[in-house]
Ligand binder design. Structure first.
Ligand code: HEM
Length: 494
């Protein structure tokens, strides 16, 4: 041990990080005072970010919250993200919501990649990666462009649109088309709609995975019923695809073919994958669009520069998710840093193990957090501010910047999500100027694991004239991100 850190971690940080050492260790190396605190898991469920901030302020980057006999460990920042996220053998993945009894449709629908570990996870992940490799997803571009045109043709100058609803609708159509095929858009859309409700419900009562509270579990019965209906629809779809694979370009057709080739015919697993892919893809990307448009509406100077870049025909390379070359690259990096769609996630200890000074029993959940890591001042000075050009100077390690997670369970759709964002944002901004409505209330909070706008996000659509002004908004958004002083003082005056 050097300076209280295991030497291999220090070595790894040197290997990956080009920045100052992230933050000091919160306890003495002698481990005389363990970061254990009594608490109520319901507080975490009600407001995960507030509770994680409290734990971080009291205990530093490692804490153990105990409620009765139950314990949950919290690991914040790159030092602890590294072991928790790279050691998939000891830290198992667990589906974020309640999974239902063994024979329930809910259990089968939640049997996708997130519920798999070890060899099974590796094998299925390899198969699922196919449709998300660059050469595969180029064939979705035409459909995405068409859906973008359809959305923009529906928008009128002078209207106010809830950009959250718009981008959720848009991603619902994009995801349904990619997963199930654009040749039968109506069926795909209806199924997508049902999946959307199912995902929302999973997130809403997902917190029940941590706490047994009627507030979260009363709707469990509804979730079971919806799962039954959804399973019937998915089975119909599988049958339809087997009868008539269409052009075979959608993810489901590719997976069906791969499954047939590898002679794995567990239909339940396939349905679990489809449900998870839908769940993982559409809301995360819709929220990233929404947060990015909101941030731009509050930062006219950044928007002005982006407009000039787009006017000059400088486009971000959609196939290089790590690029910081164009302003749009940096805007997306910074948007996903300051308001990451996935705010935290968890692992389960697969055996009794030690994390720093903590002895964790098999089965103990370990929470890690993108939001907390991305808001550490030692890694990102003025962490609550949206400063895209900070990316010209920094190159954080994969454990310090992880909007798509990192390690063997890193998001398989990240590159595709970046392509969609980089394709669509310039098209929207070349047709419309999006401005906030003065005095509108924008709320956001973590629901289950996702950082979600919990109000509408109304933006005014205007002719794109290249003149940008911000407008002050109200709401809990100000607890998540700091807007420029101008917008804040106008907010106080309003
Ligand atoms: C901006 C959009 C997205 C964000 C922010 C995001 C974020 C994440 C994060 C943080 C994880 C890791 C969770 C963990 O370690 O516990 C993850 C995993 C995953 N994501 Fe995404 N995601 C996005 C889009 C997508 C898309 C478009 C797809 C598929 C079409 C997708 C499919 C998956 C899958 C299947 C996993 C599980 C990987 C595994 O367990 O091996 N995601 N995502």
């Amino acid at each position: 041990m050097v300076g209280g850190l295991p030497t291999d971690l220090q070595f790894d940080l040197q290997k990956y990080g080009t920045m100052a050492f992230p933050e000091s260790i919160p306890f003495s190396p002698a481990g005389d005072k363990l970061p254990i605190t009594q608490g109520d898991f319901r507080d975490f469920a009600a407001d995960p970010i507030a509770e994680m901030r409290k734990l971080h302020a009291e205990h530093g980057s490692l804490a153990l919250l105990q409620d009765g006999f139950k314990k949950v460990a919290f690991a914040f920042g790159p030092v602890w993200n590294q072991p928790v996220l790279s050691n998939a053998q000891d830290f198992h993945s667990m589906f974020f919501a309640i999974r239902g009894s063994r024979k329930s449709s809910l259990r089968r629908l939640t049997s996708g990649l997130l519920s798999m570990n070890d060899d099974e996870h590796r094998e299925h992940r390899r198969m699922l990666m196919g449709p998300f490799a660059r050469k595969s997803f180029e064939k979705y571009f035409e459909g995405i462009n068409q859906l973008t045109h359809d959305m923009l043709n529906d928008w009128q100058v002078g209207e106010t649109r809830d950009i959250l609803a718009e981008m959720t609708q848009f991603m619902l159509r994009v995801t349904s088309g990619m997963l199930f095929g654009l040749d039968n858009p109506e069926f795909a859309y209806n199924l997508g709609h049902m999946l959307h409700e199912w995902v929302q419900m999973n997130h809403e009562i997902g917190t029940g995975a941590f706490v047994a509270d009627a507030k979260y579990t009363d709707r469990y019965e509804d979730l079971l019923n919806l799962s039954d209906e959804l399973e019937i629809q998915l089975k119909t779809l599988l049958e339809m695809k087997r009868q008539d694979p269409g052009d075979g370009n959608d993810v489901l057709s590719i997976l069906l073919a791969a499954y047939a080739e590898e002679k794995i015919v567990d239909e339940n697993k396939l349905m679990g994958h489809i449900a998870l892919l839908f769940a993982a893809a559409h809301l995360t990307t819709a929220h990233t669009f929404t947060w990015t448009f909101l941030l731009l509406s509050q930062h006219p100077d950044v928007m002005q520069e982006l407009h000039a870049e787009l006017q000059a025909g400088v486009l971000a390379d959609p196939f290089n998710p790590n690029s910081t070359e164009t302003l749009l690259d940096r805007i997306l990096k910074e948007s996903m840093r300051v308001l990451p769609a996935s705010a935290y996630s968890q692992r389960i200890c697969a055996r009794d193990l030690t994390l720093g000074p903590l002895q964790l029993a098999k089965g103990t959940p370990v929470v890690f957090s993108q939001y907390m890591t991305h808001h550490m001042a030692a890694l990102y000075p003025e962490p609550d501010k949206f400063i895209p050009d900070r990316w010209l100077q920094i190159k954080p390690s994969p454990y310090a910047y992880l909007p798509f997670g990192t390690g063997p369970r890193m998001c398989i759709g990240g590159p595709l999500a970046m392509v969609i964002l980089k394709m669509v944002i310039p098209q929207v901004l070349s047709r419309f100027k999006l401005s906030a409505i003065p005095g509108s209330t924008i709320n956001g909070r973590v629901i289950s694991t996702m950082l979600t706008p919990t109000s509408t996000v109304p933006l005014l659509l205007e002719e794109q004239d290249g003149n940008f002004r911000s407008a002050p908004v109200e709401g809990s958004i100000h607890q998540l991100v700091e807007f420029p002083a101008e917008a804040k003082s106008a907010r106080r005056a309003a």
